[in-house]
Design a protein around this ligand. Structure first.
Ligand code: GTP
Ligand code: MG
Length: 256
């Protein structure tokens, strides 16, 4: 060590690989831009080494080709074709691939359509650096900005309240949006059989968070900015999501 180098310099700390898993189905309008925006968050000399994994359900609109081309030019960009439909399939298989093949220490889940702002990534990582093993982006935390239309805001308030009250969840205020960072160690504590990752509806998203909390996560929330989708088509089927949330909440309540 030369005299002006300190042991607290990032080079003397363990570099932790962060893999941001983005599930996609027919996101050709967003794919290239979201990857670029995520990787722009890599800070020089950081202790976090950012990678992005697109976990695609065999899109038919050319998303795969766009990501394949980008992956050839940048080793931080990865593609996994999970073949089957479902955000849960994309996320769950994406997390496993990120750990087993890409060597992830820290995982993110994030949407492709810019509803989750990539500029928030560094604030998630700050909290991981402070020792939390789960950081949840919340539309209900003080300082968050929610630009969704009124009917979507009512829907999200209702869905979150139903789950929180029925399961008596105190730790987090946001259960239904998929913008989170967590450690590999926390993920590995979860029994895949307890998470509905093969369901076509979005029910994986809240159940996965509940399982992380039940696994003893040291969790915190950060305020996030949420914007309506600008490009591409929504894949959310609201009635199925509401039905599945109510059913999951009732089942969980009865089992307690
Ligand atoms: N791998 C995979 N990803 C999916 C699937 N369905 C949706 N996604 C992705 O999951 C993320 C969230 O889906 P959205 O359609 O944006 O759902 P939403 O944000 O609740 O709805 P909007 O606010 O209307 O956009 C996006 O990145 C989608 O491309 C799927 O079947 N497979
Ligand atoms: Mg969306």
């Amino acid at each position: 060590m030369t005299p002006n180098q300190s042991t607290t310099s990032p080079h003397y700390q363990t570099i932790r690989r962060v893999v941001i898993v983005i599930p996609t189905y027919n996101e050709k309008e967003n794919a290239s831009e979201i990857i670029t925006a995520v990787l722009a968050e890599q800070k020089p000399d950081d202790v976090f080494d950012l990678h992005v994994l697109i976990a695609d359900s065999h899109s038919t609109d050319g998303t795969i080709r766009i990501v394949e081309d980008l992956a050839q030019t940048n080793p931080r960009i990865h593609l996994l074709d999970v073949q089957e439909r479902g955000i849960g399939v994309g996320l769950y298989k994406g997390f496993c691939h990120a750990i087993d093949t890409l060597g992830a220490d820290i995982l993110f889940e994030m949407d492709a359509d810019f509803q989750h702002n990539p500029a928030d990534i560094s604030r998630f990582l700050e909290k991981i650096g402070e020792g939390y093993d789960l950081v949840v982006g919340s539309r209900f935390a003080l300082g968050s900005v929610n630009k969704m239309p009124w009917y979507r805001r009512i829907l999200s308030i209702g869905a979150n309240q139903v789950i929180r009250v029925m399961l008596n969840l105190q730790t987090v205020t946001e259960i239904t949006t998929s913008y989170r960072a967590f450690t590999k160690d926390l993920f590995l504590k979860i029994d895949p059989a307890t998470v509905p990752w093969q369901e076509r509806s979005f029910i994986f998203v809240p159940v996965f968070l509940v399982r992380m909390i039940e696994a003893g996560a040291n969790a915190t929330e950060i305020p996030m900015t949420m914007h309506p989708r600008v490009r591409g088509q929504s894949k959310m089927v609201y009635w199925k999501y509401i039905r599945d949330i109510i059913w999951f909440s009732i089942k969980s309540r009865l089992q307690r």
